[in-house]
Design a binder for this molecule. Structure first.
Ligand code: 5GP
Ligand code: ZN
Length: 115
């Protein structure tokens, strides 16, 4: 169920224009508007999946599909050989800004330690 206040739901529904560099009908990918690495792509389920902890099995499956799609997106971006980082922020301590599940694909430089 789309959340009318959610920026990723608005992108999903085409209310906010964004170039979808990948789209399989369950998840889509866009370049991050404020990239933290030379390649920074967001993989986003069409469904408004908020906190994973509160999601039912169907919504968890929609979110999990981001992980299934990520290797093909990374390959298309040409970053498979050098490697990439997948990040999914959850909640305030993670710094999550948008409360609609998404996977970050970060690549194109040595990313350094997590933390
Ligand atoms: P979070 O901190 O929630 O894990 O990540 C949210 C990401 O969404 C941030 O990296 C931010 O730059 C990105 N973002 C926020 N608004 C937009 C938008 O309208 N378009 C795109 N492409 N990215 C956005
Ligand atoms: Zn949403």
């Amino acid at each position: 169920m789309a959340d009318p206040n959610c920026i990723f739901c608005k992108i999903a529904q085409g209310e906010i224009p964004a170039e979808k560099i990948y789209d399989d009908g369950t998840v889509f990918a866009v370049r991050d508007i404020n990239p933290k690495a030379p390649t920074h792509v967001l993989v986003i389920p069409y469904e408004h999946v908020e906190a994973l902890a509160d999601a039912d099995a169907a919504l968890v499956a929609a979110a999990a599909h981001c992980l299934e799609a990520a290797p093909g997106i990374a390959r298309a971006l040409g970053v498979t050989g050098a490697g990439y980082r997948l990040v999914a922020n959850q909640g305030p301590d993670s710094g999550q800004e948008v409360p609609h599940f998404h996977l970050h694909i970060l690549a194109g430089r040595r990313l350094g330690p997590m933390g």
